[in-house]
Structures are given as structure tokens and as C-alpha cells.
Design a protein around this ligand. Structure first.
Ligand SMILES: [Zn+2]
Length: 144
């Protein structure tokens, strides 16, 4: 489960709308906490961290790319705020908020992957996904 306060969900939607028809992307910063029933940790988003998109025009439209340098900058910022990188967000311009094969191939376990569908420059569905332990597929994650 991921706790995503409305203010941060809205920030992701606005970023997706601003970058349409390109994909936007960014980091989800916050905390991991043990769940009450001892199950999977609950993630709480405290801050979103916008990252510029890939430089290549061809890549902009259909995949999100975060360079190691950008990720390192984001992690440094997170540490300065005593937060962890708990996931990633990106937009799907004019496509459903469902992970692509590219997303699956570039995902890591434990993190949350929030995807916002942006249809004709207006944010639509926003969903969160987690990688299955065997990395074969994503499973939907409850957003609270
Ligand atoms: Zn995607």
C-alpha cells in the first residue's frame, strides 16, 4: 500500500499535463514503515521530486528515462530531507495508466510505480504498481 496525499497526486497530474505530449517522470520521496499486520511495508509519500525527461526527442514520447546522475541528485536531496526514494512516477500520454513492457524491463522490486494517464493534455486515471517478487509482472498497489 502507498499513502499518496492529494497534494502530491495533484502535483504528479500537473507535471504530466505540463509535459504532454511527452512523458514526465520523477521520484517519490518518503518513508517505508512496517504494516500493522506484519505484511508488506506501507510507503508514505512525503514529497515528489520532478526529474527532467530524456534528452532524445524520440525517447520522450514513449518511455521514461532517469539517468544515474539524476537519480543520484534525487537521492542526495532525499537524504538531506531524511527521506528515502520509495518509488517513481511517470505519465502515459494518451495511453492507459498501465505499465508497458519497457516499464517492466526497467523496474525494481519494493518500489512503487505511479503512472498517470494524460489524455489530450488532461490528467485522467492515476494508478500505482508494484513488481511481483519474481519480476514477471506488475501487480496493482492500493493508493490510500
Ligand atoms: Zn510507462
Amino acid at each position: 500500500m502507498i499513502v499518496l496525499p492529494t497534494v502530491h497526486a495533484d502535483a504528479i497530474r500537473r507535471h504530466g499535463e505540463a509535459d504532454h505530449p511527452h512523458e514526465c517522470c520523477g521520484l517519490l520521496l518518503g518513508q517505508f514503515a512496517g504494516s500493522a499486520d506484519g505484511g508488506a511495508p506501507v510507503k508514505t509519500v512525503v514529497e515528489t521530486y520532478a526529474i527532467s525527461n530524456a534528452r532524445e526527442e524520440t525517447a520522450k514520447r514513449n518511455r521514461f528515462l532517469i539517468t544515474p546522475q539524476e537519480l543520484m541528485r534525487g537521492e542526495k536531496h532525499a537524504r538531506s530531507r531524511k527521506l528515502d526514494v520509495i518509488g517513481f512516477y511517470h505519465s502515459h500520454p494518451d495511453c492507459p495508466a498501465v505499465p508497458s513492457k519497457f516499464d517492466l524491463d526497467h523496474a525494481w522490486p519494493t518500489y512503487s510505480y505511479v503512472i498517470v494517464s494524460v489524455m489530450a493534455a488532461r490528467a485522467a486515471e492515476l494508478l500505482s504498481w508494484e513488481l511481483e517478487d519474481d519480476r514477471s509482472r506488475f501487480r496493482p498497489e492500493t493508493i490510500a
